[in-house]
Write a protein that binds this ligand. Structure first.
Ligand code: GLV
Length: 357
């Protein structure tokens, strides 16, 4: 039974058939894996569960397989009860989970780094191209049957070659975006607490600078930092003003990293050239003012949304859950080291393609 709530003490799995709660439908191969490890309950609703529904659903669970819209806090863990040993988030980000509350209770939290690196970097670069070359604006012209003809000065965008990409947060996704940018002839600067290896810096010709210097230089600023107390509203009015007037802001990380009201003001005042957003401060709500701007590209949090990647994310989350239920360390964990779990495997074993997270 549970070993109690001592900080750093890992909960022991309770006897009997494991109850595995999946808060919203995930790919079938992942469900099949989970079925091999216990009784699986999958929410029948095609929507996020309310707090009340979540608390009711997780009661007596050994594992909760959660999605990024689920608020997994101490109250939910207590609602699950003493059997809960693992929260397996089907996302690389884990800002929806109270990690200290889980660690205090000896609950392992896992995420899905690596498997979504390329898909997210691809979508990021699609946004870079869409906003700098006015793709969505052009599409609106055609679809609205607005008369047009080829003109020398019609719908001119901004080229990328020899321009500077500023990567805020040089984790695996930041590196993967920078690699794509190099193929388009861009120069790379980056900021954040993580220093890329000397090999990566040399490969990309990348230089680590302070955020302010990055904002002074970059023609495209792309955000790849996790959402934490330090990065909430990192892009506030002052920093938006610091960006070049001809620069674009791209966000595929988490919405609240940008102060959305300040972004609207910066766009209104022409302080930046445009923005491309996959994530929003009050998701799924989008500030209505953003819809007014032709130089803003908006997509509904689809950074990792390919069939292959979503399947790989679900399967990795399921493998993590199955491992914990078997008394083994999970493959990719958020608080495993704090809980004293040994590291399991090099990322390459769980993430086909480029290593990353
Ligand atoms: C998606 O946003 C993720 O964190 O996996």
């Amino acid at each position: 039974m549970s070993s109690g709530s001592k900080v750093g003490a890992l909960r022991m799995r309770a006897e009997g058939t494991a109850r595995i709660v999946v808060t919203r439908r995930i790919p079938e191969p992942a469900i099949e894996l989970l079925r091999g490890a216990g009784e699986v309950w999958v929410s029948p609703h095609d929507r996020p569960l309310s707090t009340e529904e979540l608390h009711e659903a997780v009661s007596g669970a050994d594992v909760v397989v959660s999605l990024l819209h689920d608020r997994i806090d101490g109250a939910l863990m207590d609602a699950a009860g003493p059997r809960l040993v693992c929260v397996a988030n089907v996302a690389v980000g884990f800002d929806n989970i109270d990690i200290p509350a889980a660690t205090e209770r000896g609950i392992v939290v896992t995420n899905t780094p690596g498997v979504l690196t390329d898909a997210t970097a691809d979508l990021t670069f699609a946004l870079v191209l869409a906003v700098t070359r006015r793709l969505c604006e052009g599409e609106r012209v055609i679809r609205s049957k607005t008369p047009w003809s080829w003109q020398m000065f019609y719908m001119l965008g901004s080229g990328l070659a020899d321009k500077t990409l500023g990567v805020v947060g040089m984790g695996a996704i930041g590196v993967a975006v920078a690699r794509r940018a190099r193929a388009f002839g861009m120069n790379i600067v980056y900021s954040g607490p993580v220093r890329a290896t000397a090999e990566v810096e040399a490969e990309l010709g990348a230089r680590q600078v302070e955020l302010d210097e990055l904002l002074d230089q970059a023609h495209v600023v792309t955000l790849h930092c996790p959402l934490t107390d330090e990065t909430r509203h990192l892009m506030n009015a002052e920093r938006l003003r610091r960006m070049r007037k001809d620069a674009y802001l791209v966000n595929t990380s988490r919405g609240p990293v940008i102060d959305e009201a300040a972004l609207v003001e910066a766009l209104r005042a022409g302080e930046i050239a445009g923005a491309a957003l996959d994530v929003f401060e009050h998701e799924p709500a989008v500030s209505p003012a953003l819809l007014e701007f032709d130089n803003v590209v908006l997509v509904p949090h689809i950074g990792s949304a390919t069939v292959e990647t979503r399947t790989a994310m679900g399967v990795l989350a399921a493998r993590n859950a199955v491992a914990v239920l078997a008394g083994e360390p999970p493959w990719t964990t958020v608080n495993g080291a704090t809980l004293g779990l040994p590291a399991r495997a090099p990322e390459a074993e769980v993430a086909p393609g480029r290593p990353g997270g």
